[in-house]
Design a protein around this ligand. Structure first.
Ligand code: PLP
Length: 279
């Protein structure tokens, strides 16, 4: 790639946790941005300790260090899109919201990260409330999985109708657009919840995601790829949506392209085995 081509690439910012093993968080985000020919920038909210076995702990940054990381980036580059992931402390959510308003930054893709696939709580208990009130109204789209959507709405989600209701509920609470990712029903059944995969319970093997963009609802029906849980798929999906938005693609089309990207990554990890680095 020529320097000129590189200069023309949209610059995307991820504000998220760092997973040194590369399966999730900032490394997954950065690989995704590069996969969409975008230039990555990143601010670290937490240094986590993890590998494919699980999450063993984390040391969080502060609002002050987050601001100190983000300011020089946004002062130098024209940021085309932002994705937020793990925001472990209230003060960080408030700081990100403040910076978006103050610096007139693009409306972010907000992935309301709560637990890792292995069940580790990545954020402090009082974060979700402030995320809903302060950050959700600034977002272009919020991308909860089923577990996160249930936590944010207090609704029980069993099927597509439940996903639509939860998306509508979140919009009533101030979100401009909501993408509810159905894939996690399968994973919950593996950690003791007896429900089966959303698609399978409806007699097909589809993975369903519901996008409610300002009241326009689109249901994405993808093939359910039967693998053990692949880490970082939520990180990749929200990053891919941000990359596409940064390139000027409409939200609905961005979600379609992002889903395709993640499906390819899951298929690739299936071919390469569980220890493979995806992408
Ligand atoms: N670690 C970090 C730093 C993350 O940001 C996330 C999710 O966003 C996770 C872990 C959880 O990823 P997974 O659901 O793949 O376990």
């Amino acid at each position: 790639m020529t320097t000129e081509e590189q200069r023309d690439q949209p610059v995307i910012l991820t504000i998220a946790g760092f997973d040194p093993s590369g399966g999730a968080g900032i490394i997954a985000d950065v690989k995704t941005f590069v996969g969409f020919d975008c230039t990555p920038t990143a601010a670290i909210t937490s240094l986590t300790f993890q590998n494919s076995e699980g999450v063993f702990g984390a040391i969080h940054e502060s609002a002050e260090s987050l601001r100190a990381q983000i300011l020089p980036i946004v002062q130098e580059f024209r940021i085309a899109a932002i994705k937020t992931g793990m925001l472990p402390k209230r003060e960080m959510v408030l700081e990100v919201a403040r910076l978006i308003r103050e610096m007139n930054l693009p409306a972010p893709v907000v992935d309301p990260v709560w637990r890792s696939t292995s069940g580790y709580e990545l954020i402090e208990a009082d974060v979700m409330d402030v995320l809903m009130v302060e950050l959700m109204p600034l977002a272009r789209v919020i991308t909860p999985n089923i577990t996160e959507a249930e936590k944010l709405t207090n609704l029980r989600i069993e099927d597509e109708a439940g996903m639509r209701a939860a998306a509508s509920n979140l919009r009533e609470q101030g979100a401009r657009a909501v993408l509810i990712k159905g894939g996690h029903l399968e994973q919950r059944s593996e950690v003791g919840d007896q429900r089966s995969a959303l698609g399978s319970s409806e007699g097909s093997d589809q993975a369903i995601d519901v996008l409610d963009d300002e009241g326009n609802v689109t249901v994405f029906r993808g093939e359910w790829i039967d693998t053990p849980p692949v880490r970082g798929t939520g990180c990749m999906l929200s990053s891919a949506i941000a990359a596409c938005l940064g390139k000027g693609v409409k939200l609905k089309d961005s979600v379609g392209l992002a889903k395709q990207f993640v499906a390819d990554a899951i298929r690739y990890s299936q071919e390469m085995g569980p220890e493979s680095v995806i992408l």
